[in-house]
Design a protein around this ligand. Structure first.
Ligand SMILES: [Fe+2]
Ligand SMILES: [Fe+2]
Ligand SMILES: [Fe+2]
Length: 409
């Protein structure tokens, strides 16, 4: 698994919905790097990775950022208002991404100073941010929905020249549209994932991030995004990862499987990023239809890690992470797998995920770790794999899980 492919998957997550992804950030990144290759080749790579992660700070917004009709409506939602700073701060945490973080911070500034968050003007705005802004606006205006909307979208943007962006940038953008081969690819949903994979391979990410530690950082970032979406379950992903790692180790699994348990634990709930924010944060009862939607997060996790073609390692991570709601008796989801057809690491995740949910449940439903283990035992052989539960009882008796609890607190 290459870190750049993983970043493409994180980008996909920011545009996730129950049907798949609207691919907004992919198109902005692709168009941004293309414009940069013409105007400012030196910053092409930074513009691409900033484009992929431009809206990472908008997690938790009421609607997808492109679904607001006007700029005013967009900025009423504080998640949208703060997303450039928040996204930039998140990116600063990835080694080698400080240039991209700077571009993200200013990608909603306007040439005439009416943008946000810093009300920069003209050349105060980094060129990479100006490029992302025009690419973002073109996609939000629907330029790439279909061929007919391309001309209509361009027409609606023309009037913003001199206000939202400079005359020179507009001229460069319009000039670039003569490259029909490139723009046809942007318009074709089916060719996007291939184009993203090609561009990831071509535009190297900074060396600091291009290693195993970089991959781990990105997976931790995904865990943090899930927390941002649902602050009530803060720390759930990292705790699940730590318990899963401890349990896999205790079961004498191969080092690579122990590693997989940790990584899959970090991302096991990433499909929740595609659920409506009001549903994720709801504390009261939910309807059957809404429950089906909540359950769809597991399939969305699997789909997310398949978003880039020919990346078997990433796909395997998604398969294991997304099957953590299967039940040993076959009554789980998303595929109703039974017994040992469920990957062992997924069976481990299933038990530790439920364990963490029980010990950190809100109000009176919260159980002590001891009571939670007893609850797992009561459901061994039906919901959970008995061997996994036995190992968990053993580990809890050892004090191992309790130690993990203290570490994760
Ligand atoms: Fe944005
Ligand atoms: Fe889940
Ligand atoms: Fe979970």
């Amino acid at each position: 698994m290459h870190p750049s492919q993983l970043l493409a998957a994180v980008s996909y997550m920011t545009d996730l919905n129950p049907e798949g992804s609207c691919h907004h950030s992919w198109r902005v990144a692709l168009l941004g790097q293309y414009l940069a290759s013409i105007i400012a080749p030196d910053i092409r790579n930074d513009v691409f990775y900033a484009g992929l992660l431009q809206d990472i700070g908008a997690v938790g917004a009421i609607k997808h950022i492109t679904a607001y009709d006007t700029l005013n409506l967009q900025t009423i939602d504080h998640h949208i208002c703060a997303h450039p700073q928040r996204g930039s701060a998140i990116l600063q945490w990835l080694p080698g991404m400080s240039e991209a973080a700077g571009i993200v911070r200013s990608h909603h500034e306007w040439w005439d100073g009416r943008g946000f968050p810093d009300k920069l003007m003209q050349d105060e705005i980094p060129l990479g941010s100006q490029i992302l802004h025009i690419a973002d606006a073109a996609d939000t205006a629907g330029c790439f929905s279909n061929r007919a909307s391309f001309a209509k979208g361009l027409h609606s943007l023309a009037g913003l020249t001199g206000c939202a962006w400079s005359n020179d940038l507009w001229a460069a953008f319009v000039g670039s549209t003569k490259d029909t081969a490139f723009y046809s690819q942007l318009l074709d949903q089916k060719s996007l994932s291939k184009l993203i994979a090609q561009t990831c391979a071509e535009l190297k990410i900074p060396g600091e991030l291009d290693n195993d530690e970089g991959i781990e950082r990105i997976l931790h970032l995904v865990a943090a995004l899930v927390d941002l979406k649902d602050p009530a379950t803060k720390g759930h992903s990292i705790r699940t990862a730590r318990y899963a790692q401890a349990l896999a180790k205790h079961m004498n699994m191969l080092a690579e499987d122990v590693h997989m348990a940790y990584r899959a634990g970090l991302v096991h709930d990433c499909g929740r990023l595609g659920l409506p924010a009001d549903l994720v944060n709801r504390t009261g009862r939910i309807s059957d239809k809404e429950l089906a939607l909540v359950r769809a997060h597991a399939a969305m996790t699997i789909k997310t890690f398949k978003c880039v073609p020919d990346c078997p390692e990433m796909e395997a991570l998604g398969e294991i992470a997304g099957h953590d709601h299967e039940r040993y008796d076959g009554k789980g989801y998303p595929d109703g797998l039974t017994g040992e057809r469920i990957p062992l690491v997924s069976r481990i995740l299933s038990a530790v995920d439920a364990f963490d949910a029980m010990i950190s449940a809100r109000s009176d439903r919260m159980l002590s770790p001891k009571a939670a283990v007893i609850r797992l035992q009561q459901n061994a052989g039906t919901q959970f794999d008995s061997d996994v539960v036995d190992a968990m009882v053993d580990l809890a008796g050892d004090g191992g899980l309790c130690q993990e609890l203290v570490m994760a607190a």
